[in-house]
Design a protein around this ligand. Sequence first.
Ligand code: CO
Length: 208
Amino acid sequence: MDIKKIFENNKQRIIEKLKIDPNHFKKLAKTQNPDILCISCSDSRVPIEDLMGAKPGEVFIHRNIANMVPNTDLNVMSVINFSVVHLKVKHIIVCGHYECGGVKAAMQAKDLGLLNPWLRNIRDVYRLHKKELDLIKNEDDKYKRLIELNVQEQCVNILKTSDVQLAYRDRELTVHGWVFDIHSGELIDLNIDFDKMLQEIMEIYRLS
Ligand code: CO
């Protein structure tokens, strides 16, 4: 994409927005009150707001390679803290996507330098679910399932945080695991049973 073209596009976009509502940017500048935090992949083919049909102000977004929620990543942990405690979002969505390069890279025996510790979190997901994944003989199906299980485990990581545990207990917050099927354009709810999962994990991860 031509960098100059971006500024031309931007000017055009301003004209279009103001044509619909002359106060569009004035309203946007006032405040934000999103109900949703979405954690998705940085992949350029996953324009998550566009896929959701969301307008500016509706979704707080965090993106990184393979939509990860590592327990020690100050970036994603700050986003979760801010959106739960201050924005008081009602939903946290982790949205993975099929054909995720990050997940594929983690499945290969390859030294990727600085990326190793990041991708190791995905290898840990594989290890946790090795029994199930080893039963899948078709490599593409295994890759797809690992993408789904990675979403599930990142949701579990969200549930391990004290901010989320408190909001969850008060029924103010719901966590969702989704996957974007890049082949069809469809957003798929993995329908992860978090209430059941919480019973299993809270014995270990309960903070208060
Ligand atoms: Co990806």
